[in-house]
Design a protein around this ligand. Structure first.
Ligand code: HEM
Ligand SMILES: *[C@@H]1O[C@H](CO)[C@@H](O)[C@H](O)[C@H]1NC(C)=O
Length: 320
């Protein structure tokens, strides 16, 4: 009876800690894990600077489908990575490279989901963004289905739809704004600009929120019926600096993505943007970098699998 009781207690205790990540989860089982991931990220970024943005985006796309569980990494024609909503997402080979190195020193220990969370953190750091401790202990999921990514936020959706989709993941309007400020680094393909520049919401013309001095510049970079694979920085004039300029650009009509521009068309999200540029905000806050870290940590906790859920994959592109 006593044994049964303690088993019940143990099970409930474990139950209550499910979904909990901790800092330094690998400190005894794979002490060099963070260092290995960080050096792989640094090497990759030094040969291609934009890899930092690619890795940051990859973590977001992983977390928004079935939680941060590595489901996006699985290969195969019906796997999630081929979903339309993941168009342009990359960085898979960098994560696999880190995994391969980790397997040689501590086999079967570090999850692919954690590698992505660490890589996103390192990508932000190498871009001179805020440095933070990433909590780990995520386990890899056993499901990857192309039809489960149909809910990814897409560039042409309404602000209400973005608010709803973030809310569904436990993220607030503030998180929505702050996380979209990840667009402070990285690029977009002209593919995502066509509607905004030439047929905004079916109007036959450009998004009226684009600053008139900026519109010709955008159209020159992405001409109508031009090459949709041409890429342009998302944070105009500040694409190499990880900072809140992207929010200022959105405020001033210099947003590149339609989804970013929409953040200034809604009272709630507009207020969040303006809060970073208030009269005394540099002294009393809110502070963009601190808030960004807070929202990244929240995003990195979405639907995580811990304890005995899921698995630790041997390779990131396939289930065990
Ligand atoms: C409403 C939500 C969002 C929408 C609609 C959206 C849309 C997009 C689009 C269309 C691109 C261009 C992709 C390409 O051409 O390859 C992009 C790039 C990017 N996104 Fe987002 N995004 C959203 C939220 C986020 C969040 C939450 C993060 C990370 C926290 C993020 C990080 C990035 C980064 C870093 C890039 C640059 C990627 C590169 O340079 O290859 N985005 N996003
Ligand atoms: C993917 O999900 C859909 C919808 O739930 C289901 O019908 C389909 O069988 C799944 N595909 C695989 C390969 O599991």
């Amino acid at each position: 009876m006593a044994l049964l009781l303690s088993l019940v207690t143990l099970c409930c205790f474990l139950g209550s800690t499910q979904g909990q990540l901790i800092e330094g989860f690998y400190s005894s089982t794979c002490p060099n894990a963070e260092q290995i991931v960080s050096s792989v990220v640094r090497e990759a970024v030094s040969s291609d600077r934009n890899i930092a943005a690619v890795l940051l985006r990859l973590h977001f796309h992983d977390c928004f489908v079935q939680g941060c569980d590595g489901s996006i990494l699985i290969d195969g024609s019906t796997a999630e990575k081929h979903a339309f909503g993941h168009q342009g997402v990359g960085g898979f080979e960098i994560i696999e490279r880190a995994k391969t190195r980790l397997e040689t020193v501590c086999q079967g220990v570090v999850s692919c989901a954690d590698i992505m969370a660490m890589a996103a953190r390192d990508a932000i750091a190498v871009s001179n963004g805020p440095v933070y401790a990433v909590s780990t202990g995520r386990r890899d999921g056993r499901v990857s289905n192309i039809s489960f990514a149909s809910d990814m936020p897409e560039v042409g959706e309404s602000i209400q739809s973005f608010k709803d989709k973030f809310r569904q993941k436990g993220l607030s309007e503030k998180d929505l704004v702050v996380l979209n400020a990840a667009h402070t680094i990285g690029t977009t393909a002209c593919f995502f600009m066509t509607e905004r520049l030439y047929n905004f919401r079916g109007s036959g013309s450009a998004d009226p929120t684009i600053n008139p001095t900026f519109l010709p510049e955008l159209k020159a970079k992405c001409p109508q019926n031009g090459d949709v694979n041409v890429r342009l920085p998302i944070d105009r004039g500040s694409e190499n600096k990880f900072d809140s300029q992207v929010l200022k650009n959105i405020r001033d009509g210099f947003a590149v993505l339609q989804s970013d521009a929409s953040l200034y068309t809604d009272e709630e999200t507009k207020r969040v943007i303006d809060s970073y540029f208030g009269f005394l905000s540099t002294i009393i806050g809110p502070f963009f970098e601190r808030d960004f870290v807070e929202s990244m940590v929240k995003m990195g906790n979405i639907g995580v699998k811990t304890g005995s859920e899921g698995e630790i994959r041997r390779v990131c592109g396939a289930f065990n």
